[in-house]
Design a protein around this ligand. Sequence first.
Ligand code: OOG
Ligand code: MG
Length: 252
Amino acid sequence: MIEEAAVRLDTAYLEGRLVPLVLHGASLDDAYAVQEALVARRVARGERVAGMKMGLTSRAKMRQMGVDTPIYGALTDAMLVSDGAVLEPAHFVQARIEPEICFRLRADLAGPVTSAEALRAVDAACAALEVLDSRYEDFKFDLSNVVADNASGARVVLGDRWTSVRDLRLETLGIVLEVNGKTAEVASSAAVYDHPARSLAELATLMSRRGQTLRAGWIVMTGGATAAVPFRSGDHVRVRVESIGSASVRML
Ligand code: OOG
Ligand code: MG
């Protein structure tokens, strides 16, 4: 049942198609097992796990998606694009984009941990955009199905510089999302689970329940600070994070 659900999601991802929900009444543990099987298929094709993402860590995102439990997903090197990249619409079915703060780890991190312990494993932060592309019609799903679908992950756009977290007041940084030169959404980093380090701590803690550990050198997306907005052909999107920098991306 788990492998079959993973194959259906993986095929939909590869072919740029939608699928009906793959799980019905499955436990959250089974949903993460599907996600792990999905990521294993991608690793078997030559992709490398480069980090993890937290999702549904802000009230704005929970409200938008109708799910009120934080979740996580994996990031592979194939999902990472650099600042200023131009994406191909053909690679997405219903892309959305959201502003995030991304961390880079300087040490392994095994949960359960407190926010302060989690922050000690972080070496730097970067402004980032996450491109989401649910494999389910209209981004409609429940907790288990979105977990199985690797938390709707599609691409991560990293800003052009990393800033040491030692010099930052991470709990109160302004975040501005611009679409085609106009302000679309604004937030504070406090929207991210009260503090982005708390999001990281929760990630390590959730992963520990499945016997997994975050690795030195990995990046961690801490979760959308605002609701995600549609990302359509011709759109140019930029995030600016106070004291950290900016990241931008275009859809051809
Ligand atoms: C699920 C993924 C949520 C975030 O940052 O909140 C997420 C979705 O919204 O489709 O990545
Ligand atoms: Mg996200």
